[in-house]
Design a protein around this ligand. Structure first.
Ligand code: ADP
Ligand code: MG
Length: 581
C-alpha cells in the first residue's frame, strides 16, 4: 500500500453531533468527566472500542497501548502523581486479566486507579455455557483490589463511577475494578433522560483529621526523644506534604531517611538527610516517626534490625496498618496533611535531642558519600562499562536536570541507580515499589509524562525492559519526552550464567549481550544511541533529554557486571553455592 493511502489523524472525520438518544457508553464517558477524569489509558477491542472513541470525542485524552498491563501501570502512575485516580480501560477476558495485574500492583502500593472493563453478557457466564470472552470478571477481581463493582443498567453508571472514584481515593488509596456489561454499554436512553443523571459530587476526597489525644501522645513521645529520626514513605510523596515535612524538620532538627519513592520529598542532599545512615538509625534511634511508610519487609528482615528499645510514632491514614508488624507506641490516624499540621502545632519549640546525634549522622554521611564517589570514579573510563561506571556517567546529567522524572526498574540496575542518583524534588522517582516487581517501565514512563507534562528518563535493566519493551512504541506514537536507557549486561542479574546440563541452550538467566536495543527504537522513529563508553553515555543522555522527544539509549555493559538478585539475594530459598554438589 502506498503511504498516501494510510489514514492520518487529519483525515479521520470529526466526532458526530450528539443525537436524541445516547448509549451507556456515552453516559460512562460523561460520568467520568463529571468527576474530573480527563485521561484514560487502555487497549480497545470488543466491547469497548466505541467507548474509547466516544470518550475521546467527549474530551477525555485516550492513550492507547500495546499491552494492557502497561496501560494499567500508566494509570497507576498517573494516580500516584496527581492524587486523582488514573483510569484503565480493558476488553473482556484476557485484556481484563492483563490489566488486573497492574490494578493489583496499584492496590499493594496504595496508588489510586480505576480499571474499567467491558464484560460479556451475564447469562451464559452464570450458567457456564461459554460465550465470547466469557469470564466471571467481578469475582476474579475482588480479592485483588480495594473494591469491585458491576454496573448493569445505564441509569446506574454515574453512581457507579462516583463510588469507584471515592473507593480509589478515600482513606488508603488503591485499585478499584468497575465491571460494565456489554448490554449496559450498549443500552439506549433518551438523551434528555440521561442528562438528568449527572450531578456534582461534593467533597470527593474528604480530609480525615486525627484525634487531639493521638496528636498529643505523639508530640510528647517526640519531645522526649534523644535520637529521633523521621522515615518518609511514598504515602508522603502521594499526599504532597513536602511543605509540612520541611516545616517539621526545620522546627525540630530531626534527621530524615526516605524510602525509595519518597526520595526527593525532602532533598536527598539536604543537611538533615540521613540517606546513608539507615543502619545507624535502625540500631540507635530511640523514637522513629513514620510518615506514610509501612514497617513491612522493606524495613525489616534482610533490610536491617531495629533496636529492642525503639518506639514508633506512625502517621497513616489506615487504622488497620497500626501494629501490623511491630507495636506502635503513638499512632496518629488521619490524612498526612492534617496530621502533620496538628503535630507541628503540638510540638514544643525545643526538643531534648542528644547533641552528638545529628553531627554524628552528618559525619557518617560525609564519609560514606566520599567512598561512594570514589567507587563511581574508580572505573570511569574502563570498557566494557559496569553498572557503576555507567551510573557515574549518568549522575551529573540527572543532577543538571532535577525536574526530570526518573523511572527505574531492574535488579542491580534498580539498586545501584537508587543508591547513586540523588533526588531533589518530590514525586520524581517511580520504581518497582512494594512488591519489587518488574514490568512497570514503559507504562510508568507514559503515565508520568502524560500526567505531568514533564520529561522522563527510564533507567532499565535489559531483563526489566523486556517485560514492557513493545510499549516503547506508545512513547513514540504520542511523541512523549521520554528517554529510555537500557543497561545491557546480557541477562537477568548478569550475562554469565552457566547451563548446568552443558548443552548449548542458554542458562535460565542468560539474555542477549549483543542485542542492539537501539534498533528497536529505530523501528518506531525514536532518536537512538548505542554507547560503549561513559563519555558517550553522558553525551547521549544530555542530547536526548534536551531533545524533548522519544529517545532510546542502548548502554553496552560487561556481561559479568551485576550479581544475582542485586541487594535482595537473601530472599532466594537456598543460593546454589550453599549446596554441596
Ligand atoms: P514505602 O514503600 O515508601 O514505605 P508504603 O507504600 O509502604 O510506602 O506506605 C505508604 C503508607 O502511606 C500506607 O500505609 C498508606 O496507608 C499511607 N498513606 C497513603 N496516603 C496517605 C495519606 N493521604 N495520608 C496518610 N497516609 C497515607
Ligand atoms: Mg541485565
Amino acid at each position: 500500500m502506498a503511504t498516501t493511502d494510510i489514514k492520518t489523524p487529519d483525515t479521520i472525520p470529526a466526532a458526530p453531533a450528539y443525537p436524541a438518544q445516547v448509549t451507556g457508553m456515552d453516559i460512562l464517558a460523561r460520568a467520568l468527566r463529571m468527576v474530573g477524569i480527563d485521561t484514560m489509558y487502555g487497549l480497545v477491542g470488543i466491547p469497548v472500542t466505541e467507548l474509547a472513541y466516544i470518550a475521546q470525542g467527549r474530551g477525555i485524552r485516550f492513550i492507547s497501548f500495546r499491552h494492557e498491563q502497561q496501560a494499567g501501570m500508566a494509570a497507576a502512575t498517573h494516580g500516584f502523581l496527581t492524587g486523582k485516580p488514573g483510569v484503565l480501560l480493558t476488553v473482556s477476558s484476557l485484556g481484563f486479566l492483563n490489566g488486573l495485574t497492574a490494578t493489583a500492583n496499584a492496590t499493594v502500593n496504595c496508588y489510586p486507579m480505576i480499571q474499567i472493563s467491558g464484560s460479556s453478557v451475564r447469562e451464559p457466564i452464570d450458567l457456564l455455557q461459554g460465550t465470547y470472552e466469557g469470564l466471571d470478571q467481578l469475582n476474579i477481581a475482588k480479592p485483588l483490589v480495594k473494591a469491585a463493582y458491576r454496573v448493569n443498567k445505564p441509569e446506574d453508571i454515574p453512581t457507579a463511577v462516583v463510588r469507584a472514584y471515592r473507593a480509589a481515593i478515600s482513606g488508603r488509596p488503591g485499585g478499584v475494578y468497575l465491571d460494565v456489561t456489554t448490554p449496559c454499554l450498549g443500552a439506549i436512553m433518551n438523551a434528555d433522560d440521561a442528562d438528568k443523571l449527572f450531578y456534582t459530587p461534593v467533597d470527593l476526597c474528604p480530609a480525615i483529621v486525627p484525634s487531639p489525644d493521638a496528636v498529643r501522645r505523639a508530640a510528647d513521645l517526640i519531645a522526649s526523644a534523644k535520637k529521633p529520626a523521621i522515615i518518609i514513605g511514598k504515602g508522603a510523596a502521594y499526599a504532597k506534604v513536602e511543605e509540612q515535612l520541611k516545616t517539621l524538620v526545620d522546627k525540630t532538627g530531626i534527621p530524615y531517611y526516605p524510602m525509595s519513592m519518597a526520595k526527593g520529598v525532602l532533598p536527598d542532599a539536604g543537611p538533615l538527610s540521613a540517606l546513608s545512615c539507615r543502619t545507624t538509625i535502625m540500631e540507635e534511634s530511640d523514637v522513629v516517626v513514620l510518615v506514610g511508610a509501612r514497617l513491612n519487609w522493606l524495613l525489616s528482615r534482610g533490610h536491617g534490625k531495629w533496636s529492642k528499645t525503639v518506639k514508633f510514632v506512625q502517621l497513616d491514614i489506615d487504622p488497620e496498618e497500626i501494629d501490623a508488624n511491630v507495636p506502635i507506641a503513638a499512632p496518629v490516624v488521619g490524612d498526612l496533611a492534617s496530621s502533620l499540621n496538628a503535630l507541628i502545632a503540638a510540638l514544643p519549640d525545643k526538643l531534648s535531642v542528644d547533641p552528638t546525634w545529628v553531627p554524628g549522622l552528618q559525619a557518617q554521611t560525609k564519609e560514606k558519600d566520599a567512598k561512594f564517589e570514589a567507587r563511581l570514579a574508580a572505573n570511569a573510563s574502563a570498557t566494557p562499562m559496569t553498572h557503576w561506571s555507567a551510573l557515574g556517567a549518568i549522575k551529573p546529567v540527572m543532577a543538571a536536570n532535577p525536574d526530570v522524572i526518573l523511572v527505574n526498574e531492574g535488579a542491580n540496575t534498580l539498586d545501584d541507580t537508587r543508591d547513586t542518583l540523588e533526588m531533589a524534588l518530590p514525586r520524581h522517582r517511580i520504581d518497582c515499589a512494594t512488591w519489587a516487581i518488574m514490568g512497570m517501565g514503559m507504562g510508568s514512563c507514559v503515565g508520568a509524562a502524560v500526567a505531568t507534562g514533564k520529561s522522563v528518563v527510564a533507567i532499565e535493566g535489559d531483563s526489566a525492559f523486556g517485560f514492557s519493551g513493545m510499549d516503547f512504541s506508545t512513547i513514540c506514537r504520542f511523541r512523549l519526552p521520554v528517554t529510555v536507557v537500557i543497561f545491557n549486561n546480557g541477562g537477568i542479574y548478569n550475562g554469565v550464567g552457566v547451563n548446568m546440563a552443558g548443552t548449548s541452550d542458554p542458562a535460565p538467566t542468560t539474555l542477549d549481550i549483543r542485542a542492539r536495543y537501539d534498533k528497536l527504537g529505530d523501528a518506531f522513529g525514536a532518536k537512538t544511541y548505542y554507547v560503549t563508553t561513559p563519555a558517550e553515555l553522558t553525551a547521549a543522555l544530555t542530547e536526548a533529554i534536551a531533545s524533548k522527544a522519544p529517545a532510546l539509549i542502548d548502554v553496552q555493559l560487561a556481561a559479568d557486571s551485576g550479581k544475582e538478585s542485586g541487594h535482595i539475594g537473601y530472599l532466594n530459598p537456598t543460593p546454589l553455592e550453599q549446596i554441596t554438589v
